[in-house]
Design a protein around this ligand. Structure first.
Ligand SMILES: [Zn+2]
Length: 307
């Protein structure tokens, strides 16, 4: 994967909230329950289980909350603006470039779903804890989408977790995670998310699993078209190249965070009644289907028995 360093980034699509914006400077954030009732946040993995996977990465981040680190976040206009030639060395700017690509894609693809125009939304980078329209969350819940304020939240240290604990080391795992969260935004705009909130919240054929697999499929559809996405000037592509190895990296990430794999890794038995995101095989397959077809209309996880 090569990002185009000549692309001009739309810095209005992300905010850096810095550290402790949810906990009052290193205070302990209380994770919002992810399951039950779709008024809550929608993450990419089973939140509670992440914490069980050896130490709880959210808590580690919290412990470091008082080290006098950056308090108010950074100004992405400056850090990620074209005036900074080293901007792509910065993880925030790379992720902003992914976000720009994902939203450029949906600007084109969303109207074809027959529900009017796409509504842009921001990604918020935070460290340790954050206040959202869905309540307060800490990093332990993993990246998530909050339907109430329609925004995406991510502590970028999650990617280290994804690489070290889940073995998903390819950098293309990062835009996959973001594209999955933007998939939840699409569902929110379409009303799919609200409808799913009335269905079962766990179990192998639950509304929750259908919602999550659809978000993976939407991520695949974006990946198929990612190299076509242009920067804010409309002239420069955001990606120079995406290789087959990159796509495999995304598939591997989707696979690594299947409910069954996470349950096994956390030392428990595989219990399908507790599935909320789908199995590794399903997540891999739905991402791949989105990628192969390149059309979000084929991501109908609610209209099939073949999940
Ligand atoms: Zn999700």
């Amino acid at each position: 994967m090569e990002l185009n360093e000549r692309a001009e980034l739309d810095t209005s699509q992300a905010n850096d909230l810095g550290r402790g914006s949810g906990g009052g400077g290193g205070g302990m954030g209380i994770p919002i329950p992810g399951g039950g009732g779709r008024g809550g946040i929608i993450g990419i993995v089973v939140a509670v289980l992440i914490a069980l996977l050896g130490g709880g990465f959210g808590l580690n981040a919290m412990t470091n909350g008082d080290d006098g680190g950056q308090a108010g976040g950074g100004d992405l206009d400056q850090v990620c603006g074209t005036a900074n030639p080293d901007r792509l060395q910065d993880a925030r700017c790379r992720n902003l470039q992914f976000v720009n690509s994902i939203q450029a894609y949906w600007q084109e693809a969303y109207p074809e779903l027959g529900n009017g125009k796409y509504e842009q939304t921001d990604t918020n980078f935070f460290q340790a804890a954050v206040n959202t329209g869905c309540g307060q969350a800490d990093s332990g819940v993993g990246p998530f989408y909050c339907p109430a304020d329609k925004q995406v939240y991510i502590d970028l240290s999650f990617y280290d977790e994804l690489a070290s604990r889940f073995g998903a080391k390819g950098e293309f795992a990062q835009p996959y995670v973001l594209a999955h969260e933007y998939g939840h935004h699409i569902q929110n705009l379409l009303g799919t998310n609200a409808k799913a909130g009335q269905g079962d919240q766990s179990g192998p054929k639950s509304a929750s699993v259908r919602l999550e697999l659809q978000a993976d499929c939407y991520a695949g559809a974006w990946a198929k078209h990612a190299t076509e996405s242009k920067d804010k000037t409309g002239r420069e592509p955001l990606f120079k190249s995406i290789t087959e190895a990159d796509i495999n990296g995304a598939v591997q990430a989707a696979e690594a965070i299947g409910d069954d794999s996470i349950q096994e890794r956390s030392g428990g038995q595989v219990n399908p009644d507790q599935f909320t995101h789908g199995t590794s095989e399903q997540r891999k397959r739905w991402f791949t289907q989105g990628y192969d077809r390149g059309d979000p209309k084929t991501c109908d996880t609610f209209g099939t028995d073949q999940l």
